[in-house]
Design a protein around this ligand. Structure first.
Ligand code: FNR
Length: 379
């Protein structure tokens, strides 16, 4: 039977549906960004400011969207970005999302700031894997906020390793918490309304537990974190390491020097430093000033990617794969696991359509000449 889900044709449609569904607090948690929102907006805007240079008559009868990511073959060149406290989106939280990811064969990065334990989330993934005869190419990675207490950090890394996560994505853009303007207004308004008491709680707001409050606590924002810490973290982890939140060519060079397997070019969905470069601008910076980077490590990108075409643009410029954040939060909020399935379906279909009309049958055929970024670069 037809459902409201049929009305979701683009990933943006989940946003409108989620706004109707979510409590005010959860809506603001997901949609908000730092200060004026400039960095989030430029993430969104910039993808549409570069164009394709399509090629014709190149036999695109069969299309292959697979991609090698950190030594494993993935079915798709996009993954679900790390998002904390998914219980604020849907009571099924991370387990529901990873079940969908497993069904759909898409990879997911699990946040340190989860609503459920990292072991329970892995279990949900494994159970779904088993149900599907272990045929899903989907894998889970773990996003690490490095606790400032080293014993705690080692314990956490050991738990992540024991649970079977494939790779470690260390968030390096969070020496402190970005100024989330909308959260501040909400808190202030609640205080005013209730004479100091916060009582306007929706069910989903319980997800913002004392452990994180939807945010990493002070112990997880580690202002002293530095390059030398990579040595003991990598030793403890003993697997692929990606730095999440790299925003300059200088730091990509350091990442190569320090021998990590990947960098995720990201401004944290515009939620951390105000006036950050958009994800695309950082990617162009690396493409222009250090093109060798793409041969030395895997370059990932997230922020504002909302269409399969955006995914393809990033790949043309050299990205191995890209992350998608908010659309999955919104899809889960509005339609649960089926919403997340649909989000993957939409992006996959758009990707396939776009590959065909660009004239490529595999992602390996993509090339920087297939996009025109002069409009952005000439400013
Ligand atoms: C995030 N992001 C994030 N990043 C991280 O390293 N750890 C985290 O716990 C979270 N939590 C989180 C929650 C929510 C609700 C959002 C929207 C984002 C940032 C995330 O990994 C990613 O960088 C951005 O979401 C990508 O941008 P888009 O796709 O949301 O525009």
């Amino acid at each position: 039977a037809p459902t409201c889900l049929d009305l979701c044709v683009t990933t943006d449609d989940f946003e409108a549906a989620a706004k109707e569904t979510l409590s005010e607090k959860s809506w603001i948690y997901a949609s908000s960004s730092a200060s004026s929102g400039l960095s989030h907006q430029s993430n969104l805007d910039d993808w549409s400011r570069i164009n394709f240079r399509p090629r014709i008559m190149r036999n695109v009868n069969s299309i292959d969207t697979s991609r090698n990511i950190l030594g494993r073959k993935s079915k798709l060149p996009f993954f679900i970005s790390a998002m904390g406290t998914l219980g604020s989106s849907h009571p099924g939280a991370e387990p529901l999302l990873v079940q969908s990811a497993t069904r759909m064969g898409v990879d997911a990065v699990i946040s340190t700031a989860t609503s459920k334990s990292l072991e329970a989330i892995m279990k949900a993934h494994q159970n779904e894997q088993e149900r599907l005869g272990n045929l899903s190419p989907s894998r889970l990675a773990f996003q690490l906020y490095v606790p400032s207490d080293r014993t705690k950090a080692r314990d956490l890394i050991q738990r992540v390793k024991a649970a079977g996560y494939q790779s470690l994505w260390i968030t390096v853009d969070s020496s402190t918490q970005g100024k989330r303007t909308a959260d501040r207004y909400l808190q202030a308004q609640e205080k005013l309304d209730q004479g100091g008491e916060v009582v306007r709680q929706a069910a989903s707001d319980n997800a913002f537990g004392p452990a994180f409050g939807g945010r990493p606590t002070a112990g997880y924002l580690h202002p002293a974190l530095n390059w030398e810490d990579l040595a003991w973290i990598s030793q403890e982890w003993d697997g692929p390491v990606v730095l999440k939140g790299v925003q300059s060519v200088e730091d990509v060079k350091l990442a190569v020097q320090y021998g990590v397997q990947g960098v995720l070019l990201s401004n944290h969905g515009g939620r951390q430093i105000h006036s950050a470069p958009s994800a695309l601008m950082t990617l162009l910076e690396i493409r222009t000033y250090y093109p060798e980077a793409f041969d030395k490590l895997e370059v990932f990108v997230d922020g504002g990617l909302r269409d399969g075409a955006d995914v393809l643009k990033a790949l043309c410029l050299g990205a191995t794969a890209v992350g998608v954040g908010r659309p999955y939060y919104y899809a889960l909020a509005a339609y649960g696991g089926e919403g997340a399935d649909k989000c993957t379906e939409i992006l996959t279909e758009e990707l396939e359509i776009c590959m065909k009309m660009l004239g490529v049958s595999t992602l390996q055929q993509l090339h920087p000449d297939m996009v025109n970024a002069t409009r952005l670069l000439s400013e």
